[in-house]
Unconditional design. Structure first.
Length: 414
């Protein structure tokens, strides 16, 4: 009986190896995949939603360059109009995965941003690379940064309108954090509206808002078009902050663990490719600028991904903390502390009425084991600790150790 079982397993291993070899996986990679207990993906064609933003690049390039085929899946990128649309299609199963806001996934899981459903974060797609833009009209009156904005708002009393992209999302949290750090309560001193990323520039052009926070290229696009200035980059709010994630439902991961692992590994390899050299970054910019993806000019994308910044008022600088997709393996691990931070801000601003069990929620959502298996397959390093720490622009240190105290410790809150 033992010999028979051994022969069956051996034959199965040979068949799997042959199948994997046919799609171009090296023997070493094959060994890593099967050592992690992998098997063929349960679903071989997956639809991944994305919003037209620079940080959708790793999802797009995984498909365009064929990294997906290497892992036995076909990624079909699906261009979506808004984050609310991404949320709805993830929840109802029209999308298998999505390039998503960190806080959107957490908000859906807790039922504070639409229909409640158990969700999953498989990996972080990028760090940094968002910006807060103020209108040229405000800049002409001296509001070129946070202190300047606070001074103008105190001197010229009226309703000031700022836009973010989704109520529980990253851009809302960066905008609120920045305003509050400059003494402006976003819940009391301003009107905040929700606008899909690709519509930000058009809305500012017609005067619908005084400022907005969004991902690139829509910060740089406002400068090219002469309608806005960069008041703050998000990496100056929190250096190497988490940004977009690969999100899906917990149900999908449970039913399709091999698919989840394969897609994560494919996007990890695409992330490695993007950050490998300047040539690849330029090729990426040319690819995603196409109307099928971001639908903008290449020059709106290819400057800030190389760290070449201008603020729209004559200042230029090279920022080493620009958008990163891999950065020698420091980007993609789904740290529990990253997810917990968004919960602290959702509590700070009254989106969560009570303190959740911060660590337990992060452990439910962030799929650490799936990521580790995918990283092993893609030869990406795995950090020893599931938590990390940082000091933000106002001097507050976040390390995930006492999230309740941290959330309650801000002077300006809802």
């Amino acid at each position: 009986m033992t010999n028979l079982l051994h022969n069956k397993l051996s034959r199965r291993t040979v068949l799997q190896s042959a199948a994997v070899g046919a799609i171009g996986i090296t023997p070493a990679l094959r060994a890593a995949v099967y050592a992690a207990g992998s098997d063929a993906p349960e679903k071989t064609e997956v639809k991944i939603g994305f919003i037209p933003l620079t940080d959708c690049a790793s999802v797009v390039m995984a498909s365009v360059l064929g990294f997906d085929k290497k892992y036995g899946v076909k990624i079909v990128p699906s261009k979506e109009a808004s984050w609310a649309g991404v949320r709805d299609k993830l929840v109802n199963g029209e999308l298998d995965f999505a390039h998503s806001l960190y806080g959107l996934i957490y908000g859906v899981h807790l039922g504070i941003s639409g229909p409640k459903k158990d969700m999953a974060v498989l990996m972080t797609l990028n760090l940094n690379g968002q910006a807060i833009t103020l209108s040229k009209k405000l800049a002409d009156k001296g509001a070129v940064d946070g202190p300047g904005l606070a001074k103008l708002m105190a001197a010229e009393k009226r309703e000031y309108t700022f836009a973010q992209t989704f109520p529980t999302g990253t851009h809302a949290m960066w905008l609120y954090y920045w305003l509050a750090a400059n003494g402006i309560n976003p819940m009391q001193d301003a009107k905040v509206i929700t606008v899909p990323p690709p519509q930000m520039v058009a809305n500012m052009r017609v005067g619908n808002m005084d400022g907005y926070c969004v991902g690139e290229p829509w910060g740089h696009r406002a400068i090219i078009d002469g309608i806005g200035v960069t008041a703050m980059t998000t990496q100056d709010i929190w250096k190497d902050h988490p940004e977009k994630v690969l999100g899906t439902t917990a149900e999908f991961v449970k039913k399709n663990p091999n698919t989840a692992r394969a897609v994560t590994a494919a996007i990890l390899e695409a992330s490695q490719w993007i950050d490998a050299n300047l040539s690849n970054k330029n090729k990426m910019a040319e690819t995603i600028a196409d109307k099928s993806y971001v639908n903008t000019s290449v020059d709106a994308i290819n400057q800030r991904i190389l760290g070449r910044y201008q603020n729209g008022m004559g200042k230029t600088w090279d920022d080493p903390n620009h958008m990163k997709f891999y950065n020698e393996g420091t980007v993609n691990f789904p740290y529990l502390s990253d997810g917990m931070w968004f919960l602290t801000q959702q509590k700070r601003w009254g989106l969560l009425k009570d303190h959740p069990d911060y660590l337990a929620v992060a452990k439910q959502i962030n799929q650490i084991d799936v990521y580790k298996q995918a990283a092993t397959a893609a030869k990406a390093p795995i950090p020893k600790d599931v938590m990390r720490s940082a000091k933000l622009m106002d001097g507050m240190v976040w390390d995930g150790k006492d999230p309740k105290k941290y959330a309650d410790g801000f002077k300006i809150k809802a």
